[in-house]
Ligand binder design. Sequence first.
Ligand code: NAP
Length: 528
Amino acid sequence: MVGLNDGEGGSGVRHDSNTTRRGAVTAGAASRGVGTAVDTTRSTAPVISSQKHGPSDGSVWWPPLPAAWCAASWWHTSSARVVAPPGPAASQQAAASANRISRRVLRITPSVRPLFRLAQPRPGRVDCLAMGERVEYRDGRWVVPSHPIIPFIEGDGTGPDIWRAARRVFDATVRKVSGGKRQIDWLEVLAGEKAFKQVGNWLPEATLDAIRGHRVAIKGPLTTPVGGGIRSLNVALRQVLDLYACIRPVRYFEGVPSPMREPQKLDVVIFRENIEDVYSGIEYRAGGPEADAVIGFLTERFGAKIRPGSAIGIKPMSKFGSQRLVAKAIEYALRAGRRSVTLVHKGNIMKFTEGGFREWGYEVARERFGTKTIPEADTGDGDTGKVIIKDRITDAMFAQLVLRPEEYSVIAAPNLNGDLLSDAAAAQVGGLGLAPGGNVGDGYAVFEATHGTAPKYAGQDKVNPGSVILSGAMMFEELGWDDVATAIARGLGGAIRARRVTYDLARLMPGATEVSTSAFAECIIEHV
Ligand code: NAP
């Protein structure tokens, strides 16, 4: 069995004569949610119109009787929150109590009975009776209510520590920025060790259903199961929801120790293809019957010259997969007012895969965004006001990011190039500790901390929550809540400038005060 080098692995097939694993790419149909109130274009701050608080099945909404409201709230709550039996005892008690309340409410107000589906008493978890609505995706746009329901996976190891801190930051920032008009209704879904312990499944179908239904989710780090079962939860999520763009913004926060003299010059957003290339690659072990058979076939059929006994690797890259990734990067550049999109490839050597990525990238820029983009070769001297499409060979790009980082803004890359570039760029601005990530498809997105579970620090309220907090900022930006995203980044920057930071940064910042995960979150909130 041959693994990949990012600790997560791809979905492709790896053969060692005994084992075959194959990933499936099936974007599930989304369950429909609430007809809702806000249509954001994402380039502007969202406009909030009055809320239609009601059930999501298209039934007639009853006037806002307190009792009816309570029952409707419970309908949302129960349908969304029952994810995995058995939940903790307190949650089950809360669920039972909520069911009792909703039944009592319906007895008092028989006229509203037909309008609501009564929640069945089921084991599960209830955090609160909230009035959230689903995020929707229509005509290529997120439709975001002022009280969106957002599923979260708290993660394993240090996941609960950083998630607790992040949630405080998110809630406080949303409340402050919106003057209390907006609020997240968090919905816990299970994955990883916690799911395995509670329901015997590392990635329960209910979790995938909840994320499909609510479309946008955020997660902490997950333990990769050892010794069978699912190969990587992160990869499984990306494949099942067809989250084809892995987005990694890399920017400098003043005060963070960096190996560069001018780390602030690097400010890029990397769009890495998330499904193809080595993530759906096929490998055959050297000397195995599959490798020998492929070598035999290529030699006899096409006259290929391959040393006998070689290992074989195949990396599929399609025009479809490449173009949708490049299109997403260009759309982002246009939306965010970024100056250029650079296609990074090794097309000088791999002409049909990596070279194809370059060619298809320019093609989609020309055909879909022709009036708004311009190839670098056609720019002349002046600023055309259009997004410039450039391309660079991978090895040259690594050098360029070190030597002339200010010339790059948005980067679009195939899977392996993007993987390498993301971590190298993050190192330039001080390492992976603060690097956020998002996996985004068409109408689905999962944002995540990019580091692992750091199990030796679990439960110590010690580690840096910055990665998951900035991933949340990305999520809010994706949903059009740019004001929240900006405020979170401002808060984090303020905490670092105040030199009250977690151990990982404190040990590198002379004179800094080391604070706990939760105290760091409070400091961020102070600076929002
Ligand atoms: P890791 O959890 O990232 O930890 C490696 C080291 O990175 C830690 O010992 C710590 O360094 C530092 N670190 C990680 N998170 C930190 C944080 N929030 N704040 C400060 N420092 C942090 O990598 P690992 O030990 O290789 O992997 C552990 C588990 O996580 C494995 O099961 C792996 O499969 C999984 N994993 C999950 C994801 C994901 O879910 N996205 C990604 C990678 C790995 P010091 O020891 O120097 O303090």
